[in-house]
Design a protein around this ligand. Structure first.
Ligand code: NDP
Length: 467
């Protein structure tokens, strides 16, 4: 650990541009061990109400601000975030253990998203559809949905809030953030920097505290128009039961079970690179992970060898939570008991794990059927392409898939049959600000990033002009 950022003793709520103290404070655990890092304010339903009401009032003004002015203000905010990129990465490193190079990369990519949506904000324009004369016809007005409640997890604490905040501000919405209790600090600072960057007080608010308590108060609040959530399916279903009957807009970005389909003419160096980077990034605590490498029988041995060689050279950061470590151990035990071959996967210390490579695991082994969310890559064999595609699409997930193949035409034909919102062809980089990121099937509802990710914060108004 080489971080030098200073951690404050206490992080209050951010409501209406002010720091708000609370009666109760929650400790933030140090993933590197030792004493708690600090304490964050524990919001109550009254705090939620206060934050939403101020967001609603300020949001009405922001919605009326011309798009070009909104764009300038968001770009200014983006530049302030740029100036604090190192600080945000260090906070993230300290609070959830992500190695600094990975934390820096997350922040850099996340800030690209803010600049992208600052530019998009200028293009939130009214358009005119043809009428019989210049004074008649239809105006299509993109109005903001209203107050957005954002609920985000700990694994990408900066990226996942900014994927929501950037487009929400660009569309003209106001924002109430609820970051994860395990890693609230970098997300909190993202919100505080909105105030320091001169965005209107109350446009961006931050409530730390108990997930179910704050989550229910947000998802049931009459003035919240949209809940934008990233996290587990279990919590997504709960949020949907609150927000659904109240007819709120919802986006739910959930987990994945990433297949990497290897075609017979694939470059095996590339296959190993994709599996190693995307299988073990963030110690496997990533929704876009490669979980299953699905390969033809004659290539399986060579692929296992190459991944295993790379795997042994990797040193992972600590798991963000004890329950992640326990889950990993349980998954490895289940696979072993069911006859799979497991390479690595041991505990290095109480929070650090060796990356695991699993082979000979079939359907029915938990890590083959359920998202591991720990550093495990499984290599599976399939006799033909149709079988490989069927296996790729088998689990009820559809976030990110990968295909490696030599003949690009054939590779793309396979890629478009993978039932995932994102399919990466011959490489490992998944996310870019200008392209939509969506979970299909059990991986979610709605979309983030790209132009569709902006329109997700817009409600259309048709002004039918019959002069
Ligand atoms: P959780 O779903 O447990 O938590 C996510 C957020 O929801 C946290 O802010 C949490 O607050 C809050 N929360 C918890 N319980 C409730 C509740 N009952 N009502 C409302 N909010 C609640 O997920 P994890 O933190 O465990 O994150 C891991 C999961 O997220 C994995 O399944 C992973 O795949 C998925 N994920 C998906 C991504 C995507 O883009 N599709 C990206 C990253 C992760 P608190 O921390 O206070 O409990």
């Amino acid at each position: 650990m080489s971080a030098s950022v200073s951690i404050r003793d206490r992080y209050p709520l951010l409501i209406g541009g002010r720091h708000v103290e609370t009666d109760r404070w929650d400790p933030v655990d140090d993933p590197f061990g030792g004493a708690d890092l600090c304490a964050v304010a524990a919001a109550t339903p009254d705090d939620v109400d206060a934050a939403v009401r101020v967001a609603d009032a300020v949001g009405a003004e922001w919605a009326r601000t011309p798009p070009t002015e909104r764009a300038i203000a968001i770009e200014r905010y983006g530049r302030v975030l740029d100036e604090h990129a190192g600080e945000l990465a260090e906070l993230m490193h300290r609070e959830m253990g992500k190695p600094l190079p990975e934390a820096n990369a997350e922040v850099a990519r996340a800030l690209e998203v803010v600049h992208y949506f600052a530019a998009e904000a200028e293009r939130v324009l009214i358009s005119q559809l043809p009428g019989t004369s210049i004074t008649t016809g239809s105006l299509m007005r993109p109005a903001p949905v209203g107050v957005v409640a954002s609920i985000t997890p700990w694994n990408f604490p900066v990226a996942l809030i900014l994927w929501k905040l950037g487009p929400a501000l660009a569309a003209g919405c106001s924002f109430v953030a609820k970051p994860a209790s395990e890693a609230p600090l970098a997300a909190w600072r993202v919100c505080e920097l909105a105030i320091e960057a001169g965005l209107p007080d109350g446009l961006v608010n931050c409530l730390t505290g108990d997930g179910p308590l704050v989550g229910e108060a947000l998802a049931t609040h009459p003035k919240v128009a949209k809940v934008a959530f990233t996290g587990s399916r279990r919590v997504a279903e709960q949020i949907a039961t609150w927000a659904g009957p109240r007819l709120k807009a919802l986006s739910l970005e959930l987990g994945g079970h990433g297949p990497l389909v290897v075609l017979p003419d694939a470059d095996l160096d590339q296959v190993a690179e994709v599996a190693l980077i995307q299988g073990y990034a963030n110690a496997g605590q990533a929704c876009y992970s490669v979980n299953r490498v699905i390969a033809p029988p004659n290539l399986t041995g060579e692929i296992i060898e190459r991944i295993d060689e790379g795997r042994q050279k990797l040193e992972l950061g600590p798991m963000a939570t004890d329950r992640g470590v326990q889950r990993h151990m349980r998954l490895i035990e289940d696979a072993t008991l069911k006859g799979a071959t497991v390479r690595g996967g041991e505990a290095v210390d109480s929070r650090r794990l060796e990356p695991a490579l699993v082979s000979d695991a079939e359907v029915g082994v938990e890590l083959i059927d359920e998202e591991p969310f720990t550093p495990i890559v499984a290599v599976m064999t399939n006799d033909d392409i149709e079988g490989a595609i069927a296996e790729a699409n088998r689990p009820d997930y559809g976030l990110v898939g990968y295909v490696c193949g030599g003949d690009l035409r054939r590779t793309l034909q396979v890629a478009e049959r993978i039932e995932c919102g994102t399919v990466v062809v011959n490489g490992w980089r998944v996310v870019t600000a200008y392209a939509p990121y969506a979970g299909w099937k059990g991986s979610g509802v709605g979309v983030e990033l790209g132009r569709p990710g902006l329109e997700a914060f817009i409600r259309w108004q048709h002004l039918r002009v019959l002069a």
